[in-house]
Design a binder for this molecule. Structure first.
Ligand code: GLU
Length: 466
């Protein structure tokens, strides 16, 4: 059997953490087995689906590197096919027209509730043969009355549902639009899906979908329902818990591989291994390793992983993403040091690329003002001689190298009879505007002589005008 999986988001918002995890699991499973990964956009809800959301989903998939082999398929392009199969089920007596009005359905519901029964459609139109003039019918599925549906769920194990608990669900609404449970089955069938991996909020749909498969004379795929993701408070993960959109994580400076590594561990494990390269994930991923209980989203762990990847990935790769963040802040990275060198200098103290970009702006553009506290302490009449002396020493320094800069700062301090920090810290505030930067020799080397000298001059002016 060639594995065929699909990710089937409804484009009613951005790509969120839960969706991305589902997509990742489907993608990994297909990649692991040399199978096919399909993207299907479930956009039949015309009121809630938007083009922006489709684009956000595609953008998120691209950023995460979850490439699909087929699609994106749009359900709105497939209405003829849904109609065709609805007709077939009608012709075979496996579906029927239902002419019940809203009033009738409401009354049915009330009576059932009064009898303390679970509200469900009682199937009264199964026998009604005459159309009701003026009432556009819906198409209902004739769910089997007897027996049970068995789901051999790859995560949950065997789930058994009695058919008597399922009612005749609507396949096609009175306006002719097909419903979710119907389109999913038609698509999973037509697209030859072998494994449906999705959130367990869909588990109640699965027995209905299996019955529709059978009515269409087809074997249902295998199902794997993945437990939910919760916030720290135990409620289902939502905006209240902070960022849930994949693209927001990009904007906040996460690397896609860090997010993928985090997501793969969120609800799946391989022993107690925490770090997985993409290749390792593909190699090791198994549906059997999916946890049976809900997982809790832990932003601190994601941040830790992000820092791990910033520290240990090829700096050229990290720099590629840093360039994007600099660009977001209006910086042209060619106007300053090579971002690869900046990554090497900054990676230890920056847990996100947004942080790194913010802490590296001074390499590329002049800052507007000094950090107040840093300036009060370091840019004063008291530190003026140190800044003047180091300016003179740096003016003609050759080569402009880390080692030479280090020696110069050290010798300057020695001459002044001061500690190294007495020179280095005012210098740092002068060139970066803040009290934090990479080691001073690295900082100056990256900044270059011209910018260094100009900023010391500016700091001396600042001191004079204080
Ligand atoms: N479109 C559904 C959703 O976004 C997923 C359907 C499925 O995976 O079967 O929740």
């Amino acid at each position: 059997m060639t594995v065929r999986t699909r990710f089937a988001p409804s484009p009613t918002g951005y790509l969120h953490i839960g969706g991305a995890r589902t997509a990742l699991f489907c993608w990994l499973y297909a990649r692991k087995h040399g199978g096919t990964f399909i993207l299907r956009i479930e956009d039949t809800d015309l009121e809630r689906s938007t083009v922006e959301s489709v684009n956000a989903i595609l953008e998120g998939m691209t950023w995460l590197g979850l490439d699909y082999d087929e699609g994106p398929f749009y359900q709105t392009d497939r209405f003829d096919r849904y109609r065709e199969l609805a007709q077939r089920l009608l012709a075979e007596g496996k579906a029927y027209h239902c002419y019940c009005t809203k009033e009738e359905l409401d009354a049915m519901r009330e009576q059932q509730l009064a009898r303390k029964e679970k509200p469900r459609y009682d199937g009264r139109c199964r026998l009604r043969r005459e159309p009701r003039p003026g009432v556009p019918p819906v198409v209902r599925f004739r769910n089997p009355e007897m027996g049970e549906v068995v789901i051999e769920d790859l995560v949950r194990g065997r789930v058994v549902v009695r058919n008597s608990e399922l009612d005749d669900l609507i396949l096609v609404r009175s306006d002719g639009s097909p419903t979710y449970n119907f389109t999913v089955v038609v698509d999973d069938l037509d697209m030859g899906i072998t494994h449906v991996i999705r959130g367990d909020d869909h588990i109640n749909n699965t027995p209905r979908q299996i019955n529709i498969f059978k009515a269409l004379g087809a074997e249902p795929p295998l199902y794997a329902h993945v437990p939910m993701i919760l916030g720290a408070d135990g409620a289902r993960l939502s905006k209240r818990h902070g960022a849930v959109s994949v693209m927001q994580y990009r904007d906040e400076g996460y690397l896609p591989e860090a997010l993928l590594n985090y997501l793969v561990r969120l609800g799946w494990s391989h022993g107690d291994q925490e770090i997985f390269s993409i290749d390792q994930m593909i190699q090791l991923f198994e549906i059997e390793g999916i946890n049976h209980s809900a997982s809790t989203f832990n932003p601190d762990k994601l941040l830790w992983l992000n820092h791990h990847y910033i520290m240990h990935s090829d700096p050229a790769h990290v720099a590629h993403h840093l360039r994007w963040h600099l660009g977001q802040r209006g910086i042209d990275p060619t106007t300053g040091p090579d971002p690869v060198a900046v990554v090497k200098a900054q990676r230890e103290r920056c847990k996100t690329l947004a942080e790194m970009a913010a802490a590296s702006l001074f390499f590329y553009q002049d800052f507007d003002r000094y950090d107040e506290k840093a300036a009060r302490k370091n840019l004063s009449q008291e530190t003026r001689p140190a800044l003047e002396a180091v300016y003179a020493a740096l003016e003609d320094l050759t080569p402009w190298s880390r080692e030479a800069i280090h020696d110069t700062v050290a010798v300057t301090a020695e001459r002044l009879g001061a500690k190294l920090g007495h020179v280095a810290q005012p210098l740092r505030v002068a060139v970066s505007g803040t009290a934090v930067s990479p080691p001073i020799d690295v900082t100056l080397e990256l900044l270059g002589r011209a910018k260094t000298l100009a900023r010391i001059e500016r700091a001396l002016d600042y001191i004079s005008n204080r």
